[in-house]
Design a protein around this ligand. Structure first.
Ligand code: 8YV
Length: 315
């Protein structure tokens, strides 16, 4: 008699509770983040785990993967694969799925929201009213967004969605990307420095990972015009945070509006102390609508894996 392989799913980090519950209703679910001694738990139970669910911003380390010899699937709640060693997964025949397609609009909306918040002083204006300052002072002027130049770093799905929105604001769109996109009516730049020089808003929409680590460094920041804003909705790893802090402190650029940081959830005290920044807690895809869709995509992939069907969102 052959034994049925286990249908054991390991959650690496908390995801929306309705996903954990849905998974638990169909499979055997364990939460690594609730284990007092995760490595000891893995040593004891790791061989039964066949699927891992993790978040894009968390990924899963090779140290954990090494302890999961029966693993066949990593289902990412998000689109970023930078937290997973894809060489390792290829070598060990582990499929990887992402929540492709469902979060693009929300993240692009957040990019435009950050541009408007920064240039039009929305956060400062809110504080100004709440603190009663309006009774005694005039509000400060902001800077126009419509008709300005936007430079987009990374022209994947999210970059394209940002460009589409920017066009509605009559903005001139330029970009750098791993490859030129001849189907797009925007200006493709050869290098990041020239893109930075000619952008009023430099928006980071590229993938994280070793290839793009600290792509936005002191040289790029110093190429930006003094009135320009840096916007980051991608990954904190793309920016040299210390160089950014120095540029902001010296007013070498006008400001930065960001949803992501190098060591989340830790945000450098220097950034928090600055007035010319807008800070969000990595919530680009965090809407009820999108999180529900992300949940459904993750579940569909785990379910297909255990049913030995084609994975709908394999990378
Ligand atoms: C999510 C993300 O915030 O898609 C990604 O890679 O980083 C975000 O959409 C994250 O994965 C869930 O916390």
């Amino acid at each position: 008699m052959t034994s049925t392989p286990s249908q054991t799913v390991l959650l690496i980090a908390p995801v929306v509770e309705s996903l954990s519950e849905k998974l638990a209703a169909h499979f055997e679910v364990h939460r690594l983040y609730e284990q007092a001694e995760p490595l000891a738990w893995l040593g004891k139970h790791g061989s039964s785990v066949r699927a891992v669910v993790t978040r894009g911003d968390v990924g899963v380390s090779n140290a954990v993967l090494e302890l999961l010899p029966a693993l066949g699937l990593i289902a990412i709640f998000g689109v970023g694969t930078d937290g997973v060693d894809l060489n390792f997964t290829r070598q060990h025949n582990i499929a990887v799925t992402i929540t492709s397609g469902v979060l693009t609009s929300d993240v692009a909306d957040m990019a435009l929201g950050l541009i408007l918040s920064g240039a039009r002083n929305l956060v400062a204006g809110d504080k100004f009213v709440r603190e009663g300052q309006w009774l005694n002072h005039s509000p400060t002027l902001g800077n126009r967004v419509s008709g300005k130049r936007i430079g987009i770093v990374g022209m994947g799905n999210i970059g394209r969605a940002i460009a589409k929105r920017a066009v509605a604001f009559d903005m001139a769109v330029s970009y750098v990307s791993r490859s030129a996109k001849p189907d797009l009516p925007y200006v493709c730049r050869d290098d990041l420095i020239s893109l930075a020089q000619d952008s009023d808003f430099l928006v980071i929409a590229a993938s994280g990972g070793d290839d793009t680590r600290r792509l936005i460094d002191a040289a790029v920041l110093s190429a930006m015009p003094q009135h320009a804003w840096l916007i980051n909705i991608a990954r904190g790893s793309l920016v040299d945070e210390q160089a950014l802090i120095a540029a902001l402190q010296s007013n070498a650029i006008a400001g930065a509006a960001m949803d992501v940081y190098e060591a989340e959830p830790h945000v450098p005290a220097e950034l928090i102390a600055l007035e010319n920044v807008v800070l969000q807690p990595h919530v680009g895809s965090a809407t009820h609508e999108t999180r529900q869709k992300m949940r459904d995509v993750v579940f569909a992939n785990v379910d297909a894996f255990f049913k030995q069907q084609t994975l709908p969102n394999a990378i």
